[in-house]
Design a protein around this ligand. Structure first.
Ligand SMILES: Nc1ncnc2c1ncn2[C@@H]1O[C@H](COP(=O)(O)OP(=O)(O)OP(=O)(O)O)[C@@H](O)[C@H]1O
Ligand SMILES: [Mg+2]
Length: 92
């Protein structure tokens, strides 16, 4: 199977509060992946990292490697519209 989306050493801080503590995750092409965990463990926070929605929040710092294919999601040259065509979200 081919990994289409790969993230490594993901950390996220809301101010000085660390919400994501450094983990790796891969998504396989043409597969369904579920994130399961208790309320407040960081599922939505992590998903928002994947299409840079956390960029819109003040006081939020994201570090780590986020790659969609061979594209660096957090590269300064990333076209956000194109990124969000590839990684969209539907909320509850
Ligand atoms: N904008 C924010 N500012 C500060 N802290 C936040 C913010 N959003 C989320 N948090 C905190 O970050 C942590 C992760 O929250 P998140 O909403 O990502 O969890 P979740 O796994 O999606 O929970 P749920 O299952 O309830 O949807 C929680 O401690 C939450 O209180
Ligand atoms: Mg959530």
């Amino acid at each position: 199977m081919t990994s289409i989306l790969k993230t490594e050493n993901v950390h996220l801080y809301y101010g000085d509060k660390e919400a994501l503590h450094g983990f790796d995750m891969e998504f396989e092409e043409n597969q369904i992946t579920a994130l399961i965990g208790p309320s407040g463990c960081g599922k939505s926070t992590y998903l928002r990292c994947l299409n840079r929605m956390n960029d819109l929040r003040n006081n939020t710092t994201v570090t780590g490697s986020f790659r969609l294919g061979d594209q660096d999601i957090y590269a300064p040259t990333t076209d956000m519209t194109e990124l969000r065509k590839e990684i969209g979200m539907v909320f509850q």
